[in-house]
Design a protein around this ligand. Structure first.
Ligand code: AMP
Length: 391
């Protein structure tokens, strides 16, 4: 390594009490802020949410307003040393403005690619990373051609700003394409072949400034109404599926020259094929168990990667099950459920995100149960979930 490279490497390391800027104010930023402050960093949150947002509650400074407000962005950039993001739907103008002034980790291209399904799919295709066969369409004629080529059933998804199953529709034998297209009119859409998966899994891990990588292992995910319901770690998959999933995560991380924590969601088919469904350029809901079950959790690892520190030991130390707590289990928007089902258990942990108003489908918190054997932990977690739902 020559002197210049050494200098550059030094410049890319930020030690406490440097200030980490977080774009976004949700629970992922909150859990990052907690880890960063515990480690002695300062935290500055920029969010378009009102004052007192989940991440803002643990920040040294919370700035509220538009991501494209030049004056606000200017103040943010003056206060921070390095910047990361806790959600991907950030206007590109904001990412460009940040990157011009301070290190942005992950970089703009990684966020820009993962925030948009069309770009994401084209990236996967270009890098030879397995995913469902797809077509990009921009009008009804294109949709008809794509469906004829891919066959029914298939799925149509908006290219931009979709999450948790929003902005997508299943095309079955009966679907009238002209009817479906009305909801997508004017926008690019991605049409994907239907994957007859037997399991959905994800891999969450981090890549450092130096290209080193550490993953938390393969997690099995169950959804309800397109929203993550339960994550099971380790996933109950064969060694071959596990290897393939980890290989796909690494291919995505390297292809994006990624720095920070990243999640890749995947489908596993009956024949053991693994395909990438989505890339999240940030920590992920399916990595929340890492707080209670891994040597270094996904948020601490994000902090380490973003600050140019060596990555920590990410490995899973104990089987764990994470259960999401949506607003639906709150009896009233401001009345909390009776938490005793979770709090009574010596190996369960309750995590709440500081959101004042519970709404249906809103992610309010989660709980994690750990234990010696994954099936037994899952059974206990399900029982607790049932008790909470019954109220
Ligand atoms: P997404 O918003 O792309 O993560 O999709 C939400 C959910 O829809 C996934 O978790 C799957 O359960 C289902 N889904 C999405 N794409 C496909 C596909 N190509 N084949 C089968 N199911 C899919």
């Amino acid at each position: 390594m020559n002197e210049e490279t050494r200098k550059l490497k030094r410049m890319s390391v930020f030690l406490p009490p440097s200030a980490i800027g977080i774009l976004g104010g949700g629970q992922l930023g909150r859990m990052l802020a907690l880890e960063a402050r515990r480690s002695g960093y300062r935290v500055v949150v920029l969010t378009d949410e009102p004052k007192g947002c989940p991440a803002g509650q643990f920040a040294d400074v919370e700035l509220n307003g538009s991501y494209t407000d030049a004056a606000l962005l200017g103040r943010f950039l003056e206060l921070v040393d390095v910047v990361t993001a806790e959600f991907e739907n950030i206007p590109d103008a904001c990412l460009r403005a940040v990157e011009a002034v301070k290190p942005l980790r992950p970089g703009r291209i990684a966020i820009y690619t993962a925030q948009h399904r069309e770009r994401e799919k084209l990236f996967l295709r270009e890098h030879g990373i397995a995913c469902a066969p797809f077509r990009i369409v921009e009008d009804l004629a294109g949709l008809e051609k794509a469906v004829a080529e891919l066959g029914r059933p298939c799925v149509i998804k908006t290219a931009a700003f979709g999450y948790d199953g929003k902005g997508q529709a299943k095309v079955t034998g009966e679907t009238v394409l002209a009817e479906v297209w009305k909801a997508f009119e004017g926008a690019h859409a991605v049409v994907e072949q239907w994957v007859p998966f037997v399991m959905e899994v994800s891999v969450v891990g981090a890549r450092g400034v130096d290209g080193s990588m550490a993953v938390h292992g393969v997690v099995e995910n169950e959804h309800a109404d397109h929203i993550l319901d339960v994550s099971i770690a380790p996933a109950r998959v064969s060694a071959a599926v596990e290897r393939e999933a980890l290989k796909l995560w690494e291919a995505v991380a390297e292809g994006l020259d990624y720095v920070g924590t990243m999640a890749v969601e995947m489908f596993v088919t009956g024949s053991g094929e693994v395909m990438v469904n989505e890339i999240a350029p940030r920590p992920h809901n399916s990595g929340h168990h890492t707080i209670d079950a891994c040597g270094t959790n996904q948020f601490l690892q994000q902090m380490r990667a973003v600050c140019g520190l060596p990555l920590g030991d990410a490995g899973l130390r104990t089987p764990a099950v994470m259960v999401n707590l949506l607003g639906d289990v709150w009896p009233e928007p401001e009345v909390h459920p009776d938490w005793s089902a979770v709090l009574e258990h010596p190996r369960a942990k309750l995590h709440l995100y500081g959101k004042e108003q519970a709404r249906a489908k809103r992610k309010m918190g989660h709980f994690t149960v750990v234990g010696d054997e994954v099936e037994a932990v899952l059974k206990e977690a399900r029982e607790m979930q049932g008790r909470l739902k019954r109220g």
